[in-house]
Design a protein around this ligand. Structure first.
Ligand code: HEM
Length: 225
């Protein structure tokens, strides 16, 4: 086994990746504590709700794209063990979108369902954001090995392609909500387009019939007369 494969197989690497995925949320802990105890935290700016909404939204789109990068990286670098990390990264994308949604629903809408519906119907970026969230829900629920068995691998894989559409909804959501500078949403959109094109090209290549084998003439010298 090569060195990289050994690292990827180690349970310590999994723990390290898990801890790394918790860094963004842990960076919020201190300023949030400061806000709760003193009523103000310079890190969270003058509008903490807006800051937290943007922060968790940014980490959602990043985790979605990191999750989608696992398969291309696995294939390009021939590292099948990278697949062990895909589920964890996808669940972290879901974790951050839940925080993102809850920041909006709890701190902005104060648990008001009528206000929530009104916003979903009124603002197109909220509509498409909710669509992305709704697509991620069944993926999180069916992420266990038990669900792979229950659905069968082919059906399960087909369902999990929804992550591309959830990421696309996230990019459109971001593009629609920014007022003027669209560089960041366009950058995330370009990364997503590259990942989608890679997937399509890989599928197309896999569908092509295998190249004919070279015709080998039997070594007659070794055959009995
Ligand atoms: C796939 C799902 C989603 C992704 C990837 C996502 C991503 C983002 C991103 C990247 C931002 C902007 C961050 C920045 O400006 O730095 C953002 C902002 C925001 N998102 Fe989401 N989001 C998603 C779903 C949702 C949902 C379900 C809601 C609520 C229903 C929501 C509500 C908001 C709001 C209110 C803002 C701030 C808008 C403003 O500045 O006026 N998002 N989101």
């Amino acid at each position: 086994m090569n060195k990289l494969a050994k690292i990827l197989r180690s349970p310590w690497t999994k723990i390290a990746v898990f801890a790394l995925c918790l860094v963004p949320i842990s960076l919020l802990a201190r300023p949030l504590w400061m806000l709760a105890t003193t009523g103000y935290s310079p890190d969270l700016t003058a509008n903490p709700i807006e800051y937290i909404t943007h922060y968790t939204g940014t980490w959602t789109i990043r985790f979605l794209l990191i999750t989608l990068s696992v398969t291309p990286l696995r294939k390009i670098f021939n590292q099948p063990l990278l697949a062990r990390y895909r589920r964890m990264l996808g669940l972290f994308a879901f974790f951050y979108v839940c925080l993102h949604f809850l920041t909006w629903f709890v701190l902005d809408k104060f648990f008001s369902f009528p206000e929530m519906w009104a916003d979903i119907l009124k603002r197109r970026y909220i509509t498409v954001g909710m669509l992305g969230f709704a697509m991620l829900l069944p993926l999180a629920v069916t992420s266990t090995a038990g669900w792979v068995r229950r659905l069968g691998f082919v059906k399960w894989q087909r369902l999990h392609r929804l992550i591309y559409f959830a990421a696309l909804a996230g990019v459109i959501h971001y593009y629609w909500l920014v007022k003027s500078d669209v560089r960041l949403p366009l950058m995330y959109g370009a990364i997503l387009a590259i990942l989608m094109l890679y997937r399509l090209a890989a599928r197309q290549l896999a569908r092509q019939p295998a190249a004919p084998r070279p015709v080998t003439t039997p070594n007659t010298a070794s055959l009995p007369d």
